[in-house]
Design a protein around this ligand. Structure first.
Ligand code: FAD
Ligand code: NAD
Length: 160
């Protein structure tokens, strides 16, 4: 199977868009990611998946902490900055949650400590024990079929 065919199939599964952030020796690094899942309620665990050539990989291994920031519909620019899709020559200003860098105004800021690491194919799965969360009101940014999109309310026909 061609890679493109696989990616087209995976792209049919619409997701939100996150920025993962971590800090090593005072330098904060962000990376756009949609591979994310809630794993467990007791204890509270999430999982992210980082490809082997991403510079984020070594950084999380070193810091053993990361944040997941669920982007709002108004934050496509942040997604494009941290996916390297647009030039951004300034230092992005992060907030803090439980000492971990987080993206200001994200719909959910989730701070985590690494509780497990599993190499699978060309990605590493990091299990994160959630240490704190902070929420904002708003609509999510959506990624589907390789494009950024917004949610649209569905009109449900109730009469038969
Ligand atoms: P770089 O490519 O070096 O960093 C990414 C960009 O962020 C660079 O342009 C850098 O300048 C900028 N940046 C980082 N920190 C700062 C800062 N402090 N201030 C200002 N700018 C900064 N890849 C995965 O491995 N897993 C996924 O789940 C995943 N999901 C994705 C979902 C979407 C919707 C998209 C568009 C991409 C996704 N990617 C995913 C791909 C990933 O985002 C890119 O390959 C990314 O460029 C890899 O980042 P990197 O850590 O190698 O670092
Ligand atoms: P795309 O068509 O490549 O993405 C569609 C879907 O394919 C994604 O949502 C993801 O589920 C899957 N996918 C894409 N690349 C993958 C990879 N290397 N490993 C595992 N799954 C992958 O969309 P696009 O607009 O061409 O994406 C922009 C860039 O972001 C591409 O370079 C793409 O590879 C990268 N990306 C990587 C991942 C990932 O590593 N998990 C996820 C999404 C996008």
């Amino acid at each position: 199977m061609e890679d493109r065919q696989f990616r087209n199939a995976m792209g049919k599964f619409a997701t939100g868009v996150n920025v993962i952030a971590t800090e090593v020796e005072g330098k904060v690094h962000g990376m756009t990611a949609n591979a994310f899942m809630s794993v467990s309620l007791d204890p509270k665990l999430v999982v992210i998946s980082i490809k082997e050539d991403a510079s984020m990989l070594e950084r999380i291994k070193q810091s053993q902490t990361f944040s997941v920031n669920v982007l709002s519909a108004e934050q496509q620019k942040e997604s494009m900055i941290f996916a390297g899709q647009i030039e951004y020559d300034q230092e992005f200003k992060f907030d803090r949650l439980d000492g971990v860098p987080v993206v200001p105004n994200a719909l959910a800021q989730i701070s985590c400590e690494v509780s497990g690491e599993h190499v699978e194919g060309d990605h590493t799965l990091f299990m994160g024990r959630v240490t704190d969360v902070k929420l904002e009101e708003g609509e999510p940014l959506i990624f589907s079929c390789g494009k950024y999109r917004r949610l649209e309310e569905q009109q449900v026909e109730t009469s038969v």
